[in-house]
Design a protein around this ligand. Structure first.
Ligand code: INI
Length: 156
């Protein structure tokens, strides 16, 4: 592999500005994702004062606010955090699909690294497992992915 030019992202958050957009719906889960993401970014050198936390009503509103932030170009990376938990109606499917499509679209439209930290779970137990217990913390994973991606983009 020595002869291959390899580009990879340093996990170094020093000097960056990051926006976290977090849904208030299921906040007992989402707050754990926010805590995990902030802790990860701080441990990788981000100054706490360089984080802007924006609260939105639910996952469905994440794309609109992320789009406005991406268009504003004031942040190096954006992190979208939320938790959709299946109920008795098809509502879950619509919210998950539109939020996910919207977030992917924003990344491509604006070329902004956007961490996808939206839990889409069948049960509350699954959400708890992914918010800092048995299955890790998806807020941390989304923050790590955002950081790595924005550092890759800088080099292209
Ligand atoms: N929003 C969520 O973030 N999680 C959910 O589990 C959820 N459920 O199940 O309904 C949810 N709905 C609200 C939605 O995101 C919008 O905020 C609402 O429809 C107003 O536009």
């Amino acid at each position: 592999m020595n002869d291959i030019t390899t580009i990879s992202g340093r996990l170094d958050a020093v000097g960056l500005k990051v926006a976290i957009v977090a849904a208030r719906f299921n906040d007992f889960i989402v707050n754990r994702l926010v805590d995990g993401a902030v802790d990860y970014l701080e441990r990788h050198g981000l100054d706490r004062a360089s984080i802007t936390l924006v609260r939105v009503p639910g996952a469905f509103e994440l794309p609109l606010v992320c789009q406005k932030l991406a268009a504003g170009k004031k942040h190096d990376g954006i992190l979208a955090l939320g938790a959709v938990i299946r109920g008795a109606t098809p509502h879950f499917d619509y919210v998950c699909a539109e939020a996910t499509k919207g977030l992917a679209h924003i990344m491509l439209e604006h070329g902004t690294a956007l961490g996808y930290g939206l839990l889409t779970c069948d049960t509350i137990e699954q959400a708890i497992e992914r918010a800092g217990s048995k299955a890790g913390n998806k807020g941390v994973e989304a923050a790590a992915a955002m950081l790595e991606t924005l550092r890759v983009l800088e080099q292209l």
